[in-house]
Design a protein around this ligand. Sequence first.
Ligand SMILES: NC(=O)c1ccc[n+]([C@@H]2O[C@H](COP(=O)([O-])OP(=O)(O)OC[C@H]3O[C@@H](n4cnc5c(N)ncnc54)[C@H](O)[C@@H]3O)[C@@H](O)[C@H]2O)c1
Ligand SMILES: [Fe+2]
Length: 355
Amino acid sequence: MVGYVIYGRGSFNQLDEILTPRRQAGGRQGDAPMVFLVDHFFEHQPLAQRIPLRGRDKIVFVDVTYEPKTAYVDQLAGELKQEFGTVSGIIGIGGGSAMDLAKAVSLMMTNPGSSADYQGWDLVKQPGVYKVGIPTLSGTGAEVSRTTVLTGPTKKLGMNSDYTPFDQIVLDPELTADAPVNQRFYTGMDCYIHCIESLQGTYLNEFSKSYGEKALQLCQEVYVKKQGWDEDSDDKLMMASYAGGMSIAYSQVGVAHAVSYGLSYLLGTKHGIGNCIVFDKLEEFYPDGVAEFKKMVEKNKIDIPQQVTKGLTDKQFNAMIDVSLVMKPLWENALGKDWEKTMTRERLRALYEKL
Ligand SMILES: NC(=O)c1ccc[n+]([C@@H]2O[C@H](COP(=O)([O-])OP(=O)(O)OC[C@H]3O[C@@H](n4cnc5c(N)ncnc54)[C@H](O)[C@@H]3O)[C@@H](O)[C@H]2O)c1
Ligand SMILES: [Fe+2]
């Protein structure tokens, strides 16, 4: 779990105070810097000016055009090791992509080899350097989860480990205020889908249920009950993301995630929108959730892309199916221990063809 959590409008202003006791001596020139990995969207935004730089601290604007790849993580960690030897901490500021990059780079500052070697469950053996997550979009739960999702040479799979969670997170709903409506919806639905998949999964327990129910209720208030968007929506969705992430931390996601990983691996479809494309077609698995999802799509006037797999070759369908079936815990959570008997390649192919 995340060690320290701070929540509230304007809490970003406390970042300097939060980092000060974590600054360490060491590195090539005596002081090990803090390195801020910031979503490139903020390069020319006022937020970049508010980052509390000291000494040799550095801001790296990270490219999140594509979701994080193992090669990019290795490159970032390699450059930092070369420039500084060691750093005091890595602070990720942005959506799920920038936060995941920060988690992975922190781990690769201390673990040998390539981040691709650690895609899986509990393969990371060393704690990373101190790491802080500061979300600017709400929904992924990456701020609390024990994974960082990476696309590697052969698979799209996270570095799931006890060393992956942030040491500190700063939840400031003001930072999400200017997110584009569509993006905010897709990322918000990631949270909604986490809740449904967790609450309807076979891994469910009271811990996951307690958080999942609260997150679901907050999502419903924001997307079903409220008219329009205001500060209260940002406040609620940030806590929904947190609670939704806590819910899956002790259970798992399900069919939508397992299928959308394949889509993203082959077509580069982003996580939030990919989950929406898939969830839209999952009535047979999550009838109530999908019915409510369709209502939210309509009420919020969002377009969900259709026919994205039209015209793909057998080889391409097989590539997606292969990636999806690697996600064994997700399928087991969704369908139970005997999932391999019911989720055949043919059935999965038919599902991909519907998207
Ligand atoms: N680690 C986990 O547990 C976990 C869980 C779910 C998803 N993820 C990962 O999170 C990523 C998806 O994250 P996401 O949906 O937050 O989107 P994202 O981080 O990919 O960002 C989407 C777009 O929004 C922009 N953006 C970010 N904040 C903004 C703001 N405040 N205003 C305007 N634009 C802004 C970004 O520059 C980018 O163009 C995927 O890589 C996915 O694999 C991780
Ligand atoms: Fe997700």
